[in-house]
Write a protein that binds this ligand. Structure first.
Ligand SMILES: [Fe+2]
Length: 296
């Protein structure tokens, strides 16, 4: 089976390349690591590619990339996909750090790039903006989250951390509680993207910095119930919801099978489970008792 190890970068179309690159660099604090006329690649200050943007009519997520173990044979990935009836192709020149990837469409139609070998872009010592530690997770809206979740577990090696009813799934591919989410919606598109910072103080610093740049939070800060991350949400210039988070649940050992104990947990031990579909969106913070604010 294919075993995804981490989220790589997400590629978005944008109607205004200069405006969104200004946001990703000056506000979020990513670094341009490659560009040509119609596209720009951005990495964290610590050398991991996170976002690629391409000139286009609409602001859409067009591809998402994931890394498997370095040194893996991409031919084996193609064989494993073929066994599941998934057509794929090998493409090269994916990004400055990714030479080759296996590319295919997942069941909701998102183009997925799987690569084994990654060349880090190195440390950028220029300090600017939020400067997240990493691109933490990618949440999608889709018609059938049960079917898509099954594909990501059975074919790509993710594990289910939690469900909220059959409406919203949280999947991990490492120690973090979730790296992808699938939420039931009629329209299939991006739900939100999330960047990890070190702690609550960094969430506060980021929120102050966003406000100084006339970007105001649309939700939070809160402590989520499922995943228990502290989170603050804003919208970027392409109207995509971006979460800055810290203190997400960690499963340090898969065989032990529970998330490392935290005072704010509801279960001791806190194991993967199905939460009620109407469980609180947040354990504390504004909007804890309402619906997900700002979402239809
Ligand atoms: Fe999130």
């Amino acid at each position: 089976m294919i075993q995804v190890k981490r989220l790589g970068h997400a590629t978005f179309n944008t109607p205004d390349l200069a405006r969104i690159v200004d946001y990703w660099t000056r506000i979020i604090g990513l670094t341009v690591v490659g560009q040509d006329k119609n596209r720009v690649f951005l990495a964290t200050k610590y050398g991991e590619e996170a976002i690629a943007v391409e000139a286009g009519d609409n602001a859409n997520l067009v591809r998402s990339a994931f890394q498997i173990a370095p040194g893996s044979d991409l031919g084996d990935v193609q064989k494993a996909l073929a066994k599941e009836g998934v057509k794929s192709e090998l493409r090269s020149g994916i990004s400055p750090g990714v030479e080759k990837a296996v590319v295919f469409a997942d069941p909701k139609g998102t183009t997925v790039e799987i690569y084994a070998d990654y060349r880090h872009s190195g440390r950028d010592s220029v300090e600017q903006g939020v400067m997240p530690l990493k691109f933490g997770h990618l949440a999608y809206r889709c018609n059938d989250p049960v079917k898509v979740t099954r594909f990501y577990t059975d074919v790509l090696g993710f594990k289910v951390s939690d469900w909220m009813g059959e409406r919203f799934s949280f999947l991990r591919c490492g120690r973090d509680h979730h790296t992808v989410n699938f939420a039931r919606y009629e329209e299939e598109r991006l739900h939100h993207i999330a960047f990890e910072v070190a702690d609550m103080a960094e969430v506060q610093r980021a929120s102050d910095f966003l406000a100084r740049n006339a970007i105001h939070l649309v939700w939070g800060p809160i402590r989520h119930l499922v995943g228990h991350n502290i989170a603050a949400y804003h919208r970027n210039p392409d109207d995509q919801r971006v979460e800055i988070f810290a203190e997400m649940d960690i499963m340090r050992d898969e065989e032990l099978g529970y998330f490392e104990p935290r005072p704010w947990h509801q279960d001791f031990p806190q194991r993967p489970k199905v939460w009620p579909a109407d469980a609180l969106r947040a354990y504390w913070g504004f909007g804890s008792f309402g619906q997900f604010p700002g979402y239809p």
